[in-house]
Write a protein that binds this ligand. Structure first.
Ligand code: GTP
Length: 402
């Protein structure tokens, strides 16, 4: 069996700004969704791919930010090499691959390399992609997903030849509509990808020498600089993903991702979740160190972190509650993310609307409480973003509370 390796692109502190204020305290890849850090979900799916020897996480977070996760992941997936390589600055989605090419290609030399973005929630059909990839002779296979026509232009759009699955055209965020099939942020490449990246880097250097507007640096974009020419050269194929897929860009999309992952875990690994009962409406994840009053009603689509205390008569639905937060008696949390160390007073209510299909500028859907926010008894907070360390004692709606 030929060797396969995987790269997970996690970005760095200047990325994930739309997840603020949650990412002020917790780096985006480590944000808990369905009881596990965001980056864990693709890694656990990759760990099931036969012949996969190594997962390399590339980002520009400090090593110390990722080290705890790497240690735990190595323990959980002992048969796979798992490491973190840190870019000295943001190098773009292909710059890090170029910079670390020797580490990626060191023996066992991989024949195939998965590349996976962190900011997506997906069923990660890696094995199906590998099967399609081994049937054609292209340099790469991209996972395409279908989105609504109104939102397609927010993504990298793909035009495919239906019979052959050959990608004939790729445009990143086009000005006008070209297709409803978009880049799902998962790729499988032959090792010859590195020849293509070298060509793209050389072309960029040549352009920079001629054109003062083109910067001469190590930044390279996988989508525009590598995939666009590969599509033009008819060297890439498209795997059409029919299973669930969402982008996780905003905090509101984390609530949707939480629901999608919990629903999937319910089918694949139900023991990880809390048992259904009259007061637990599945799917619900409750960390083993959380304390839950038996009269609280929880679910569906709830993830409760370590050390959380849930009091008498509390109601929680469609929500993520992060570590060490206290939900006092009869408080209620719906369509929200409650950050760590918050204190929600008795009879207080935190709620929002489900994530809309289209973002409306200035409109907040889901409520986000950052870390160490406290709500006085009976306070109502609806569709608000609340920054860290705030104490609220008046009702608020559709506001950013600084
Ligand atoms: P936006 O809509 O502008 O955010 O663009 P996008 O959806 O195309 O996402 P983007 O290209 O910013 O990121 C795609 C993936 O690559 C994400 O998983 C990022 O974390 C990751 N990423 C982006 N830039 C870098 C980078 O410079 N280095 C690394 N290692 N990862 C990156």
């Amino acid at each position: 069996m030929s060797t396969t390796k995987a790269i997970v692109l996690v970005g760095g502190p200047s990325k994930g700004t739309r997840m603020r204020p949650l990412t002020l305290d917790c780096p985006k890849p480590l944000l808990p969704i369905a009881g596990k850090p965001m980056v864990w979900h693709p890694i656990s799916a990759l760990a099931k791919v036969p012949g996969l020897s190594e997962i390399i996480i590339i980002g520009f977070y400090e090593d110390s930010v990722m080290s705890g996760f790497i240690k735990e992941a190595k323990r959980e997936f002992p048969n796979i090499g798992i490491s973190y390589l840190r870019e000295y600055k943001a190098l773009g989605t292909a710059g890090g691959l170029y910079h670390f090419r020797d580490s990626i290609l060191r023996p066992p030399v991989p024949q195939n390399i998965f590349i996976c973005n962190i900011d997506i929630c997906s069923a990660f059909p890696f094995q199906e992609i590998l099967e399609l990839h081994s049937k054609h002779r292209g340099v790469g296979t991209i996972m395409g997903v279908n989105v609504k026509k109104e939102s397609a232009q927010k993504y990298g759009c793909i035009v495919t030849e239906p019979e052959s699955q050959l990608m004939v055209h790729y445009v990143e965020k086009p000005d006008s509509w070209i297709s409803n099939t978009v880049n799902g942020g998962v790729y499988l490449f032959d090792k010859s990808l590195f020849d293509e990246i070298k060509v793209a880097m050389d072309q960029k250097t040549a352009r920079a020498a001629e054109d003062p507007l083109v910067k001469s640096d190590d930044i390279l974009r996988l989508e525009q600089d590598v995939i666009v020419p590969l599509a033009a050269a008819k060297k890439m194929y498209v795997y059409e993903c029919k299973d669930f897929w969402r982008q996780i860009k905003t905090a509101a999309s984390a609530v949707t991702a939480n629901q999608l992952y919990l629903t999937r875990i319910q089918k694949t690994n139900a023991d990880f979740l809390a048992k259904s009962s009259s007061n637990i409406i599945s799917p619900v994840y409750i960390d083993s160190t959380a304390t839950i009053d038996p009269t609280a009603k929880i679910g569906p689509n709830v993830a409760i972190g370590p050390g959380v205390q849930v009091g008498k008569g509390v109601r929680i639905k469609d929500a993520i509650v992060l570590e060490n937060t206290v939900l006092d008696k009869h408080s209620c949390v719906l369509n929200s993310i409650v950050g760590s160390n918050c204190n929600i007073g008795p009879w207080a209510r935190v709620d929002g609307n489900p994530e809309p299909e289209q973002d409306v500028k200035g409109q907040i859907s889901v409520t986000i409480l950052a870390t160490e926010v406290s709500l006085a008894p009976e306070t109502l907070v609806r569709s608000c973003i609340v920054l860290p360390n705030k104490s609220l004692s008046r009702n608020s709606a559709n506001e950013v509370l600084l």
